[in-house]
Design a protein around this ligand. Structure first.
Ligand SMILES: Cc1cc2nc3c(=O)[nH]c(=O)nc-3n(C[C@H](O)[C@H](O)[C@H](O)COP(=O)(O)O)c2cc1C
Length: 183
């Protein structure tokens, strides 16, 4: 079993999501001591504070996936210059009940790919604000703003040659960040 479990939170539910592909491709660049598990957020109910004392099974599963992970990887599109509602919904669920947030103190990385030239920059900034409040320790640098273009992934779903060295460099920094926080 891998020494470090990474919980991967993808902000898109789209079947052919670029962000899902990016999450899969970057995980392939990691050494075997890291394993990556995509957490499910598409079956969560809409957050309702009335349910805090009786959270749904899907919410408990999400919280357990976060709590048992040594690191978090957020890979999200930008929707209308912010994060998608499904991602915020998942973040809110796992932050409650008050005082029992699953996010506290976890090291995290943030990535995103969009069809727009800004490459999810504004969504990532909003996400960083939310995560800072939740005491998630997000890697500051390097930042990754990817635009979905021909060649971003090769036919086998790996990172294409143009971006491979850059993303490998980001991943190396991120994995070191997780290790530092786990020690
Ligand atoms: C509701 C909605 C809002 C969007 N808003 C933005 C935006 O603000 N900036 C941007 O670059 N792309 C925006 N897009 C386009 C996304 O970049 C594109 O749909 C992308 O493929 C979504 O990521 P995914 O492939 O992982 O699902 C938006 C798409 C949708 C469906």
């Amino acid at each position: 079993m891998a020494k470090y479990q990474i919980a991967v939170v993808v902000g898109s539910l789209r079947r052919d999501s670029f962000n899902h592909q990016l999450a899969n491709a970057i995980a392939k660049l990691a050494p075997a001591e890291f394993s990556f598990k995509r957490v499910q957020i598409g079956d969560l109910p809409l957050y309702n504070q009335d349910d805090d004392a009786n959270q749904a099974a899907s919410v408990k599963r999400l919280k357990n996936d976060i709590l048992t992970a040594q690191g978090l990887l957020f890979v999200t599109p930008e929707y209308n210059r912010s994060i998608p509602g499904v991602l915020k919904n998942a973040i809110d669920h796992a932050s409650r009940p008050y005082g029992q947030s699953a996010w506290t103190g976890k090291p995290a990385g943030v990535l995103g790919v969009s069809v727009g030239a800004l490459g999810t920059a504004l969504a990532q900034q909003h996400l960083r604000n939310v995560l800072a409040y939740l005491d998630v320790h997000v890697l500051g640098q390097p930042e990754v703003f990817m635009q979905a273009k021909e060649g971003l992934f090769d036919a086998a779903g790996n990172i294409g040659s143009e971006n491979k060295a850059f993303l490998q460099g980001w991943l190396d920094q991120y994995l070191a960040w997780v290790k530092t926080h786990t020690a």
